[in-house]
Design a protein around this ligand. Structure first.
Ligand SMILES: [Mg+2]
Length: 263
């Protein structure tokens, strides 16, 4: 297994701010892929190793980029309820394989292996493990993910997040995907927050995490490490470049730049 850390601007454990005051946010809903864990690193290494295992020749970074593009398109169609999860999982590989001249019949077996292989590369974003650990017992923390049960269970176990969290909500088990209201209804039914205003979702996806959070009436925190502009149609509460900023938001100590970026 490959476990690494990538650091953001303030990404060192010794610089973790201490929680002091009483916060109105008592529940954090964490997205996993692209938020707590670096998804691109896991995707790259899973694809490259499986190309070798299936004797498909060299998998170039350009091919991984193209696959990633196709994959993103399929997940967005799932978020818009245009296709089902099995159609995402197989369709992305069938389309990718068609482009690079690999038989499409390989897709089911390749996908099955891929789900498990994704969990072999654990790369933490902004020392996310130490951050979640430091917040344990101060706020309730839950995973909210559209990833498959096979991939996420392994990732959460090997990363240690599974033990740190107060609970895990996977769309495949709930039967609805983020951003659908049914997903968030199921989460609220289980965690029973006193009010939606004390729940904050932290995620990197506008179309699933932010849209879902906005529609559910909870506080939204967009993790935007690439510093992309906030599309005006999204009324996001907080935009952060580094996960450590979550602590400041919980404490209600919003730095000037955060307030400035807030819509
Ligand atoms: Mg994500």
């Amino acid at each position: 297994m490959d476990v690494r850390k990538i650091k953001g601007a303030a990404g060192t454990a010794d610089r973790l701010p201490e929680l002091t005051g009483k916060s109105r946010i008592s529940v954090l809903l964490w997205d996993v892929d692209g938020t707590l864990l670096d998804f691109k690193a896991a995707e790259l290494s899973a694809l490259m190793s499986l190309f070798e295992e299936f004797s498909l020749g060299a998998c170039t970074e350009e091919m991984v980029r193209r696959y990633s593009q196709i994959n993103d398109g399929y997940w967005q169609r799932l978020e818009r309820n245009e296709i089902t999860k099995p159609q995402v999982l197989l369709g992305r590989f069938e389309e990718f394989f068609r482009e690079i001249g690999v038989p499409g019949e390989l897709a089911p077996e390749f996908n099955q292996r891929y789900q498990l292989r994704l969990g072999d590369t654990i790369v933490f974003r902004d020392d996310s493990y130490e951050l979640v650990k430091s917040l344990r017992g101060k706020v309730r923390q839950y995973v909210v993910s559209n990833g498959t049960v096979a991939a996420q269970s392994k990732k959460l176990r090997l990363s240690g997040f599974g033990e740190l969290m107060d609970g895990v909500f996977l769309s495949e088990e709930i039967g609805a995907e983020k951003p659908n209201k049914a997903f968030f209804d199921a989460v609220f039914e289980a965690i029973r927050p006193a009010s939606p205003s004390e729940v904050m979702i932290v995620g990197d996806s506008l179309t699933s995490d932010m849209k879902g959070g906005i529609d559910a009436g909870i506080i939204t925190c967009w993790y935007d490490p690439d510093r992309k502009p906030v599309p005006p149609e999204y009324a996001i509460d907080h935009v952060i470049f580094d996960l450590h900023e979550v602590v400041s938001i919980i404490e209600g100590i919003l730095r000037k730049d955060i307030v400035w970026r807030k819509k």
